[in-house]
Ligand binder design. Sequence first.
Ligand code: CA
Length: 225
Amino acid sequence: MRILIVEDEQKTAAYLKKGLTENGFVVDVANSGDDGLHYALTMQYDLIILDVMLPEVDGWTILSQLRSQSNMTPVLFLTARDKVQDRVKGLELGADDYLVKPFAFSELLARIRVIIRRGPQSKQDSLVIADLELDLLAHKVTRAGASIDLTQKEFMLLSLLLQRAGQVLSRTMIAEQVWDINFDSDTNVVDVAIRRLRTKVDDPFEKKLIHTVRGVGYVLEERDE
Ligand code: CA
């Protein structure tokens, strides 16, 4: 799980980074709004912890820029402000949560876990990579303009892969998300489903999008071949 912290107070940023790293997160820190926005738009994060009061580009501007570019990475606002109108503004702009400084680290951790479990808000209507497009509203998948028929599970599996494009997903994680149950790690249910999905999504096309990461799981991404 990768988290971006955008915080101009170096001490706070270092404290957060240390605590989150100790709890198993991979953490990047941006000390200015400009850097924060750049990181958020070029890297993939599971969560962005965003300070409101930043020099130059403030937290609200960053959030609205992200959302206007269909970047739905969950955002948790961190701020000294505690006025109700500020909180409302943050949530209206599409923040996932709001934490007022000073806070207990355990409180932050609990909020982070809830947000990450919930995943990105699905305000996007479609997910696209290369010439593959999945329309979440119409429940349709096309590749190179040609319609692809998928079963319900295959559609869910492809949605998950697309939502987490570029991230390696373990079989266990896929099983939990798509089938909503825990499989033994040696089960091949996920492998069978991936194979079926590949015959529809990848086999007829030259460029493969679903890749096996040996011993780990699967990743959907565009690779230069
Ligand atoms: Ca600040």
